[in-house]
Design a binder for this molecule. Structure first.
Ligand code: ADP
Length: 501
């Protein structure tokens, strides 16, 4: 009676149960086998090699070993394998096993219990596929963005150069006004492109921070110079609280982070004040930018750090920036080992905080000042290479306006021929990174240097925003400027390089 009862219970067990005798022959199987495999108990009992006939061929050796070890007395749980169902479908299962002994201690064999895990495996697979799909889509998006910004940078670069050349001429009032408008458009276009390049460079891992002690006072002084005028014009009280502490950081990157936060505070504050200050907490320094602006709703404080995310700017009003600033801030902070956080009270204001490690100020690095030089290139010869005729012309004109003697060329062979003539030897080479027929600016520089037997300074301009390409250009070891190069930045770099040599 009791054994009858146990058999009924065993027959109703949901998992697929088997009892193997100590010699390995199957003694009993419960009906759940049919639900999981499609084979009836009778069909299974009639198999010459039960249960391996139901196991997927690739998993059969492992299962055979498992059964052998079970017969030697081992036990175990949740070993996964595939089953071949009677209808030809493959399913997933997990087996647990243990030895059985009777009440008198006699070995009765082993019991295996198999659970159907197909649904979990299918869900995992669907998740894996969806993730792979999302990654592919993300890569396609990055490539598309890199290609689009690359193509856009070329004309922007040329326009910047033409505008700079035109600015140095005497224009009538109406033309001057148009030129000013063009300049404004250029500024916002360049801002977008610069942001895209920043993101690409950060993602490519080519931005390597140079850590030093940075005096917060220097940083504040620089910010004050950059923003005080705008704040006064807009009647906003912008204050930097005196601070004598130092942090361990990269002064340029930290400066850019702070610049971004202060410029946002100005952008999103109509009246009131902006307070930039710092306080010490343990070995850390918390740098804070507090404003009395429009504020950020609590459910948006995470999303504002996403690329292109802006609150209430569905129409993408260009005057509002493009929504990349905080995405860059987050990446730059990660690079510096700093964290950014935000607290806000909608309608009352926001407070952005960066937490940075304190330093003692012994090897304090100067915070680079903003640039702005008026360089005269009289008596200087500059070799300029670009396979794009319009780009070349724009660069040529830009440099000629500053009295440089320009030696323009569209290819390596052309520049080498030109250097054969009685032309002056170049003091500097400026070249595009991608030249025609797959040759590169790096190759052009080597060719020119070996031709004139001198290691002239060289600048490579690149319009690439694709992380891999940037890394490649950066690895060439020359001074790299990203297009569109703002004219002032280019002049600044030229001045620096000529002075260094
Ligand atoms: P952008 O300022 O170019 O739109 P950001 O990435 O710098 O892009 O900021 C994303 C969004 O976060 C902004 O569009 C704005 O809605 C919100 N935001 C950022 N800073 C502030 C601030 N100080 N006060 C209110 N909102 C802000």
């Amino acid at each position: 009676m009791r054994s009858d009862l146990f058999e009924v219970v065993a027959n109703y067990t949901y998992d697929w149960e088997s009892w193997f005798l100590p010699d390995g022959r199957v003694r009993w199987i419960n009906p759940a086998v049919e639900r999981m495999t499609g084979f009836t108990v009778e069909e299974c009992l009639a198999m010459a090699d039960y249960p391996l006939e139901i196991v997927h061929a690739e998993d059969r050796p492992a299962l055979r070993n498992l059964l052998k070890s079970a017969l030697r007395g081992t036990s175990g749980n949740d070993v996964e394998f595939r089953i071949c169902r009677q209808d030809g479908e493959t399913g997933w299962a997990a087996v647990s096993w243990q030895p059985m002994r009777g009440s008198n201690g006699k070995r009765l064999g082993i019991r295996t219990s198999v659970r159907d895990i197909s649904w979990r495996k299918n869900a995992e697979e669907a998740l894996r596929l969806a993730k792979a799909d999302a990654e592919r889509a993300n890569q396609t998006k990055s490539r598309f963005l890199a290609a689009a910004s690359h193509d856009l940078r070329q004309p922007m670069q040329a326009i910047s150069m033409y505008v700079a050349a035109l600015s140095s001429r005497a224009l009538d009032a109406a033309s001057q006004e148009i030129l000013d408008d063009i300049r404004l458009c250029l500024v916002s276009g360049n801002e977008l492109l610069e942001d895209l390049v920043d993101i690409s460079r950060l993602d490519a891992g080519v931005v390597i921070p140079e850590f030093a002690s940075v005096a917060i006072a220097d940083l504040f002084e620089l910010m004050e110079k950059s923003f005080q005028r705008e704040a006064e014009e807009r009647k906003i009280d912008l204050r930097f609280v005196l601070c004598s502490l130092f942090v361990r950081s990269d002064p340029i990157i930290l400066g850019r982070i702070l610049q971004n936060l202060v410029s946002n505070a100005l952008r999103y504050t109509r009246k009131g004040r902006i307070l930039v200050g710092c306080r010490r907490r343990g070995g850390m320094l918390i740098l804070e930018v507090r404003d009395t602006g429009i504020g950020i709703p609590p459910d948006e404080t995470e999303r504002i750090f996403e690329e292109f995310y802006q609150i209430d700017n569905a129409a993408r009003d260009g005057r509002r920036g493009v929504g990349l600033g905080l995405a860059i801030v987050r990446r730059q902070s990660a690079l510096l080992g700093a964290s950014v956080s935000v607290r806000s009270n909608p309608g009352k204001g926001s407070s952005f905080a960066i937490t940075l490690p304190l330093a003692d100020g012994r090897d304090a690095a100067p915070v680079p000042a903003t640039r702005g030089s008026d360089l005269d290139l009289k008596g200087r010869a500059i070799a300029v290479l670009d396979d794009e005729p319009r780009q070349l012309r724009a660069l040529q004109r830009f440099l000629s306006v500053r009295n440089a003697h320009v030696i323009p060329a569209r290819s390596i062979s052309e520049i080498l021929t030109k250097l054969d003539d009685a032309s002056p030897q170049p003091d500097l080479i400026i070249t595009d990174y991608r030249l025609e027929a797959g040759s590169t600016g790096a190759a052009a520089i080597s060719a020119v240097r070996s031709k004139i037997g001198r290691s002239v300074p060289a600048i490579i301009l690149t319009g690439d925003t694709e992380p891999r390409r940037i890394a490649e250009a950066e690895a060439s070891g020359f001074r790299l400027l990203h297009k569109p190069v703002d004219p002032e930045g280019l002049i600044e770099t030229i001045a620096q390089m000529l002075a260094e040599h």
